[in-house]
Ligand binder design. Structure first.
Ligand SMILES: Cc1ncc(COP(=O)(O)O)c(C=O)c1O
Length: 688
């Protein structure tokens, strides 16, 4: 009775009968149950329930108001139950068939089961929950459960400890209805929905089953929609940080009707005062389907992000690379907080600069000395400057993307505002194009080749080793731009992974799990030129970020982060490869790259461009709770469950794509604007 949202809810009346009487009438038809006991409290407000039980000859037990585990344990003891079934009182449509099935399954497998339910994972409509545990398991939980929510919600201590108890689940053979059908009683809208069912269906079919009710709702969408905005609203959502076996993705975007109106309105406001409404082009609204996908994020945790409309998504962009451990990693955050309490930076250098640099020297193959920057562009620019000073040559050769600064961006089509003469100082070469590279580099005009060691395309014919040899032969410095690969392919980056050591290497992103810092590392004889080469700025030694580097690297060193990412990454690539074949999309969709970063690419098909196809995928994945950016960066916080969730979404979305291509109506399936491309021809950023 003590519900804060709907006080006295189970005694609310429909056709002059309290709701609880309908539920008990239904449960009584479950012939596998020996005794039914209504568990309540001794509070004055629950006296109505006790009176109802007394006048209807129903067993009851009154116990603690807040400790439901104790209430159930004491009742089980009093009524000598060997197996305790719990059916919540806010479930008026409790289905006797489901209860019988659960008890029957337990009886047949008694020696194998401590706990059995039909909602771990849930597939039945929300409000048909049944769970049961052996008396011994209940007693064990009663002795050991200590957290408030474990005592308040009866059995979470049991079902959230699969290492302690043998857990069994019953799946719904008819499909997954958990996030699409809400039959529980918690809000006034729920009551309205339940009232309509008992008024309209009950008179013609008193014993209606789950399937009867599903059918009824299919034919009465107005009734179904009364409380459908509450789909997925559940107490677990507030305890996710405490639960091991339930994640945010269990509750994401239940309706599949994605609201992005707050994103769209926020964009309008932001465009008035921030050009492009973003500080980073590849995060901005041209990269996300305007009207059909989120445009702004408000908060994040682990591998999940929440947009301005309250939708949660599994994220695979991970802030464009930094979050190797996950958003809000507790160890990194704690280190940052600790540093914050003693100062963020000072008038002299801080000793923390040495400690962070020392750790980097320990794990990065080429690192004999280190300098810090803030963005990737800071340190790639520093590497070029240092190379020019060291070799006394002006030209550079580049392979991949290296940041926003003039020396590099002049070589792309985004060269607005840069004097033409800059272009004369840089040449570009494609990945694996060893012939062109050799011809150019043999001219001995280049101070360095700065390259992303790997992207979506794998190195062929010892490409990296050959580049290393050519650099040695021509006295050209080899600079690895490890902004993306650093601390992601392995703790020593791509250089460790491919066993090729550059002269200089640049890091950022996964270096600090999300704090703004980058670094250049390399051989002493080159790095010591920084005494003269000017690379100096106010925030260079900002200490919060350096504290994050130390905590991050220590965590990467002592946990099985790379094994975790490799296993899940391969599982995702494997699953996607199978889904592409299953949905007959081999000519359109391809997956390439590494478990640390896999890239989904789209070829144009008939009259549809790769970008139009990408837009449809992004739109449909967003509806299903996955933020699709075109590639997958898996972090330590992603779980197998997240990947399974993602693969299920891809399967549905690929089916939609196949149909749209077949029916030649892809453009009319798009609910928002087509996304654009930032660069036509830079590494794996280009469309096939
Ligand atoms: C390989 C590579 N190099 C350089 C950069 C530039 O880094 P920032 O954007 O931090 O300046 C990036 C950024 O995405 C990158 O991926």
């Amino acid at each position: 009775m003590g519900s804060s949202r709907l006080p006295g809810k189970i005694m609310m009346k429909i056709n002059k009968r309290p709701i609880i009487s309908y539920q008990i009438e239904r449960i009584k038809r479950a012939k596998e149950i020996d005794d039914i006991v209504v568990i309540t409290t001794k509070n004055q407000e629950d006296k109505k329930i006790i009176d109802f039980c007394k006048s209807n000859n129903i067993n009851f037990f009154a116990g603690s108001e807040t400790d439901l585990l104790d209430r159930h344990y004491q009742a089980a003891k009093k009524f000598k139950a060997d197996f305790v079934i719990k059916i919540p009182s806010d479930s008026p449509f409790s289905d006797p068939e489901i209860i019988n099935n659960l008890v029957d399954t337990w009886r047949k497998n008694e020696s194998l089961i401590d706990y059995i339910s039909n909602y771990h994972p849930p597939t039945f409509p929300d409000g048909l929950d049944v769970e049961g545990a052996s008396f011994l398991a209940v007693e064990d939980a009663w002795r050991n459960a200590s957290k408030n929510f474990e005592r308040e919600h009866t059995f979470p201590y049991i079902w959230d400890s699969p290492d302690r108890y043998r857990i069994w689940n019953i799946d719904n053979q008819h499909g997954d209805f958990f996030l699409t059908h809400r039959w529980t009683l918690d809000y006034l809208e729920d009551f309205e929905f339940i009232r309509r069912v008992f008024e309209d269906l009950y008179p013609i079919n008193k014993d209606f089953s789950m399937l009867d009710l599903l059918d009824f709702l299919e034919n009465n969408p107005d009734i179904k929609s009364i409380n459908s905005h509450l789909n997925g609203v559940n107490w677990y959502r507030n305890e996710l940080d405490n639960l091991k076996t339930i994640g945010r993705s269990d509750f994401m975007n239940a309706n599949k009707e994605l609201q992005t109106i707050n994103s769209v309105n926020h964009l309008k406001k932001t465009l008035e005062i921030i050009p492009g409404a973003s500080q980073t082009l590849s995060k901005g609204y041209t990269q996300w389907s305007l009207g059909a996908s989120p445009l702004f994020i408000h908060e994040a945790k682990g591998c999940q992000v929440k947009d301005l409309d309250g939708n949660w998504y599994i994220d695979y962009g991970m802030g464009l690379g930094p979050f190797i451990l996950g958003y809000c990693d507790p160890d990194v955050d704690e280190a940052v907080r600790k540093q914050l309490s003693i100062g963020t930076m000072y008038t002299l250098p801080s000793d923390i600069e040495y400690h962070a640099a020392k750790l980097i020297c320990d794990v990065i193959p080429c690192a004999e000395m280190v300098r810090f920057g803030k963005n990737g562009s800071d340190v790639t620019s520093a590497a070029v400057k240092l190379s020019r000073a060291y070799t006394k040559r002006d030209k550079i050769l580049s392979c991949g993307y290296h940041g926003w600064q003039d020396w590099y961006i002049s070589s792309t089509e985004r060269d607005s505002g840069i004097p033409k003469s800059y272009k004369e100082l840089i040449d570009s070469v494609g990945y694996n194009d060893i012939k062109t590279l050799e011809n150019l580099i043999r001219s001995k005009k280049y101070s360095c080749i700065i390259m992303e060691p790997v992207g979506a395309v794998k190195p062929e014919n010892n490409f990296l080793q050959k580049v290393r040899e050519l650099c040695n032969e021509t006295n050209t410095l080899l600079v690895f731009d490890e902004l993306f690969t650093g601390f992601r392919w392995s703790i020593g980056g791509a250089s460790e992974y491919f066993k090729v050591t550059p002269d200089l290497a640049c890091f950022g992103k996964a270096l600090s799990n999300g704090m703004p810092v980058s670094c250049i590392a390399g051989k002493k004889k080159i790095m010591s030129l920084f005494e003269d080469v000017f690379f100096s700025f106010t925030y260079g030694g900002e200490a919060l970020s350096l504290a994050a580097i130390i905590a991050n690297i220590n965590k990467l060193k002592t946990n099985n982060v790379y094994e975790h990412i490799e296993t899940l990454g391969n599982y995702l690539i494997d699953g996607l490869s199978k889904l592409i074949i299953k949905n007959d999309l081999q000519n359109v969709v391809s997956i390439s790259g590494y478990p640390f970063k896999s890239v989904l690419q789209f070829a144009s098909y008939d009259e549809f461009t790769g970008l139009e196809i990408k837009t449809l995928i992004q739109q449909e994945m967003a509806k299903r709770g996955v933020l699709f950016i075109g590639y997958h960066l898996i972090s330590f916080s992603h779980t197998r469950k997240d990947i399974d969730f993602t693969l299920r979404a891809y399967d549905e979305v690929f089916e939609i794509l196949f149909k749209a291509l077949n029916d030649k109506n892809l453009m009319s399936c798009l609910e928002g604007k087509v996304v654009t491309q930032i660069f036509k021809n830079v590494g794996d950023r280009s469309q096939k």
